[in-house]
Design a protein around this ligand. Structure first.
Ligand SMILES: Cc1cc2nc3c(=O)[nH]c(=O)nc-3n(C[C@H](O)[C@H](O)[C@H](O)COP(=O)(O)OP(=O)(O)OC[C@H]3O[C@@H](n4cnc5c(N)ncnc54)[C@H](O)[C@@H]3O)c2cc1C
Length: 456
């Protein structure tokens, strides 16, 4: 055993190199009592949704990666890219090798709607579409954009991102890091109409006003909102007093009451409020979505949709994207709430004899909502809780990342170290410069390994 609370002695493992993992690691490394932070990431590339979620035309947010990279480059930080902490390792092993383990694995699982026709071709989780246009290693290829109209279910920023990808002039992605085959597919796309369907009213939508205005600013786009939809019932009017909702509604009103500015138009975007999808129909491939109209019921803060006994409506579509949110997969043996870990200020499990405590940060802690700024704030809280716990506990002698390396070697796992990632990163930027893009990504993780091993 080392002496308790020995300065420079604490060893922490962080699972996930997205914003939450990197922000938490960064906070921990500010404390000189922390000897090392091992960041274990399933993908070879770090940065989570900054690389594989944020849209290619949101370059300023993508640049957050530069800040996160500073933490991963810290001499007391060890990066293990390509190691799945849920399969290759398990939590018990990590708790024995580290004084604490932080779960920052995000929330990427799609929660099905549970309605007929969801398995038809052309119906897919919005996350799969996002994976495709961001070149995620597990993305399904190709995506068929040969139809005229797409229905997107969900009224949040992920729905808006996917709509923007379908509606923007594809030439505008040329200089971004969008994979060339995706840019080519978008250039060939015959999609001319996007429908955004939400089960409640505009006051309950989760769009950001900035994100809405960005979409409304697309040249040659006709936006259709029924002004009657913007008349609010008393509970919705009360909800609309929150500044974020008020800004969102202002953005809607500016468009709904504007004279038809964009006629003739190239593409069309229509908002549908108080409509729930009840089925997708088609033979093999989706042809239409059946919508059930709702009325809203309940007090402010708890407004919920109640189906109306009215004839169903049918909306023809050639593709349907389900942007109804993500949930975090439960980790065996950990206390869990719907879609995220149960925790107290980030603490999930207390340290106990011979086992480090378990903590959570980011989307796995608070559920899949909120921007990078909120993820930073909750990571700071988690790091503070963890450091408080360690300061009050007897610190056992643990092997940390050298023990972890031994385990991985024994299991024959090939991982990517930080210097190796820096080589991959530099190569993507070099290839991008040649192609007139900010970055040209490797086409697969196998190709990354081939490059590292001296091939092309
Ligand atoms: C489509 C989309 C667009 C977005 N656009 C914006 C935007 O424009 N601006 C903005 O501010 N925010 C945006 N966000 C929100 C932002 O991405 C999140 O706030 C943030 O990424 C959450 O961070 P996280 O670290 O909790 O999760 P993630 O970013 O998902 O990181 C989790 C990491 O854990 C890894 N991991 C998972 N399981 C394991 C395992 N078993 N072992 C090892 N590693 C594992 C994952 O590979 C991933 O790298 C967007 C989100 C989405 C989904």
């Amino acid at each position: 055993m080392t002496e308790s609370n020995e300065p420079t002695g604490w060893r922490v493992a962080v699972i996930g190199a997205g914003p939450a993992g990197c922000f938490t690691a960064g906070q921990l490394l500010r404390d000189p009592r922390v000897a090392e932070v091992a960041v274990i990431e399933r993908r070879l590339a770090p940065f989570g949704l900054i690389r594989y979620g944020v849209a290619p035309d949101h370059e300023p947010i993508r640049r957050v990666a530069t800040v996160l990279a500073r933490t991963l480059a810290d001499p007391r930080c060890r990066y293990f890219g390509g190691v799945d902490a849920g399969t290759v390792l398990d939590l018990g092993v990590l708790r024995r090798h580290f004084h604490a383990v932080v779960l920052a694995a995000g929330a990427s699982r799609h929660h099905p709607l549970g309605i007929p026709g969801e398995d038809l071709d052309g119906v897919m989780p919005a996350g799969s579409f996002v994976n495709w246009y961001n070149g995620h290693p597990e993305a399904a290829h190709p995506v068929d954009l040969s139809g005229p109209s797409v229905v997107i279910v969900g009224h949040g920023n992920v729905a808006l991102d996917t709509a923007r990808m379908l509606l923007r002039d594809p030439g505008e992605f040329a200089a971004t890091d969008m994979p060339p085959e995706v840019a080519e597919a978008l250039a060939r796309s015959t999609v001319r109409e996007v429908h955004l369907v939400g089960r409640r009213g505009p006051a309950q939508a989760a769009f950001g006003a900035t994100e809405l205005r960005e979409v409304f600013g697309i040249p040659d786009l006709l936006v259709e909102i029924d002004p009657a939809d913007l008349l609010l019932d008393p509970a919705s009017a009360e909800e609309a007093e929150s500044p974020a909702t008020a800004r969102m509604l202002e953005a809607f009103r500016a468009v709904a009451h504007a004279p038809a500015r964009h006629t003739p138009h190239r593409v069309r975007l229509r908002f549908h409020f108080r409509r729930s999808p009840s089925a997708f129909r088609g033979e093999g491939h989706v042809r239409e979505v059946v919508l059930t109209p709702n009325r809203l019921e309940g007090p402010a803060g708890q407004v919920r949709p109640v189906p109306l006994e009215r004839a169903e409506e049918r909306l023809p579509c050639s593709m349907a994207l389900l942007a109804t949110g993500f949930v975090a997969s439960a980790w065996a043996s950990l206390p869990w709430d719907t879609g995220h870990a149960r925790h107290e200020r980030g603490r999930v499990l207390e340290p106990e004899a011979g086992l480090g405590g378990v903590y959570a940060a980011g989307w796995i802690k608070r559920g899949a909502r909120g921007l990078v700024g909120q993820t930073k704030a909750d990571s700071t809280e988690t790091a503070a809780t963890l450091l408080d716990d360690l300061a009050g506990a007897e610190a056992a002698d643990v092997s940390g990342s050298s023990g972890l390396e031994g385990l991985l070697k024994e299991a024959g796992v090939r991982w990517v170290s930080w210097p190796e990632w820096q080589r991959l990163d530099a190569e993507e930027i070099r290839r991008g410069a040649e192609a007139g893009k900010s970055r040209l990504r490797f086409e697969s993780e196998e190709a990354m390994f081939r490059f590292l091993d001296g091939g092309k």
